[in-house]
Design a protein around this ligand. Structure first.
Ligand code: C2E
Ligand code: MG
Ligand code: MG
Ligand code: MG
Length: 285
C-alpha cells in the first residue's frame, strides 16, 4: 500500500490505480530530467497561404527527443508538465530553440508557438517572454502565440492584460482549435486575438455538403467581419484545401501539405520554397 494516504481509497482498492500513480510519478521524474538535459525540441509544421501558395510561417510543436524512446509527441507530456507546474520551463526551452531556428530564416516567415492557458495566470509570463526574445534578439513581430480555446482561462482580465502588453510589443495571438470549446465567442470578444485556427474536426470533409461545410463558411465570415485572419487546421486532402480557399480562408496547415518536421528539414524547406508556390504537392491550390 505504499503511497496511499486516502483512507476511502483503501475501501475501493484498485491495483490499476496504483499502477497509474506509479507511472505518473516515474513520468514526472523523467520530465524533470528531460528539462535539465534539454530534450524538448520544436518540430515545425508549414503554414501555407491559400491566397499565394507561399510558405508564410511554421507552427512549432513540442517533441520530446528521448535518447531511448525516440521522438515522443506532446500528448505524452504537456498535461503532466502543466500539473507539475513546469509548463513555463518547457515553453521557454522550446521557445529558445524556436528563436535560434527562425533567426536563420527570412524575417517574413513567422513562427507560432503554443501557450498553455496555465501560463497566462503566471504574473511573470510577460516579462519572461520579452526577456527571452531580447536575449535572442528576436523580432516580436515574427511571433504568434497560439492559445487553445479548449482550456479554461481562469482570469479573463489577467489574461487580457497580459495579452495586451505582449500585443503592444508586436506579438500576435491565435485562438487554437476554434469551435471545440464552450467559450469561443466569449474569448473572441474579450481577448485581443489576431487570427483563428479552425479546428480539424470542421475542416475534415469540409469540401462535402454537410454541416461541417456550413460551419467552416460561417466561421470564416464571422472572422472576416471581426478583422481576424483564418487558418484551416488538419488539411489532409486536396479537396479540403480547395474548399477552404474558395471560402476565403487565409492560411492552411495539414498533412496534405506537410507533417511537422525537425529543424534541419524546415531549413531545407525554407531554402527551396520561399517565394514559390507550394512544391510539397504537385497540384497545390
Ligand atoms: P495544436 O496546437 O492544435 O496542433 C496541431 C496538431 O495537429 C499537432 O499535433 C499536429 O501535428 C497535428 N496535425 C497537423 N496537421 C494534421 C493533419 O493533417 N492531420 C492530423 N491528424 N493531425 C494534424 P501534435 O504535434 O501532436 O500536438 C498536439 C497538441 O499538443 C497541439 O495541438 C497543442 O495543443 C499541444 N502542444 C504542442 N506543442 C506544445 C507546446 O510547446 N506547448 C503547449 N502548451 N502545448 C503544445
Ligand atoms: Mg497550435
Ligand atoms: Mg489546433
Ligand atoms: Mg489541438
Amino acid at each position: 500500500r505504499a503511497g496511499r494516504t486516502d483512507d476511502n481509497a483503501a475501501v475501493y482498492y484498485d491495483p490499476a490505480l496504483d499502477e497509474e500513480q506509479r507511472k505518473f510519478v516515474a513520468l514526472t521524474a523523467d520530465i524533470r530530467t528531460a528539462l535539465e538535459a534539454k530534450q524538448f525540441e520544436p518540430y515545425f509544421q508549414p503554414l501555407i497561404s491559400l491566397k499565394t501558395g507561399h510558405l508564410v510561417g511554421f507552427e512549432a510543436l513540442a517533441r520530446w527527443v528521448h535518447p531511448d524512446r525516440g521522438v515522443v509527441g506532446p500528448g505524452a507530456f504537456i498535461t503532466a508538465a502543466e500539473e507539475m507546474g513546469v509548463i513555463g520551463d518547457l515553453f521557454e526551452s522550446v521557445l529558445k530553440k524556436v528563436c535560434v531556428a527562425a533567426l536563420a530564416w527570412p524575417s517574413k516567415i513567422r513562427v507560432s508557438v503554443n501557450v498553455s492557458p496555465v501560463q497566462l495566470s503566471d504574473d511573470q509570463f510577460v516579462d519572461k517572454m520579452l526577456e527571452s526574445l531580447r536575449l535572442y534578439d528576436f523580432d516580436p513581430d515574427r511571433l504568434v502565440l497560439e492559445i487553445t480555446e479548449n482550456a479554461v482561462v481562469r482570469d479573463m482580465n489577467a489574461a487580457s492584460d497580459a495579452m495586451k502588453r505582449l500585443r503592444a510589443c508586436g506579438i500576435r495571438f491565435a485562438l487554437d482549435d476554434f469551435g471545440t470549446g464552450y467559450s469561443s465567442l466569449t474569448y473572441l470578444s474579450q481577448l485581443p486575438f489576431d487570427s483563428v485556427k479552425i479546428d480539424k474536426s470542421f475542416v475534415t470533409d469540409c469540401d462535402k455538403v454537410h454541416s461541417g461545410h456550413a460551419i467552416v463558411e460561417s466561421i470564416i465570415n464571422l472572422c472576416a467581419s471581426l478583422n481576424l485572419k483564418t487558418v484551416g487546421e488538419g488539411v489532409e486532402r486536396k479537396e479540403e484545401a480547395v474548399a477552404l480557399q474558395k471560402l476565403g480562408c487565409d492560411i492552411a496547415q495539414g498533412y496534405w501539405f506537410f507533417k511537422p518536421v525537425p529543424t534541419a528539414v524546415a531549413n531545407e524547406l525554407v531554402k527551396s520554397w520561399t517565394d514559390q508556390p507550394a512544391r510539397g504537392r504537385e497540384a497545390g491550390p
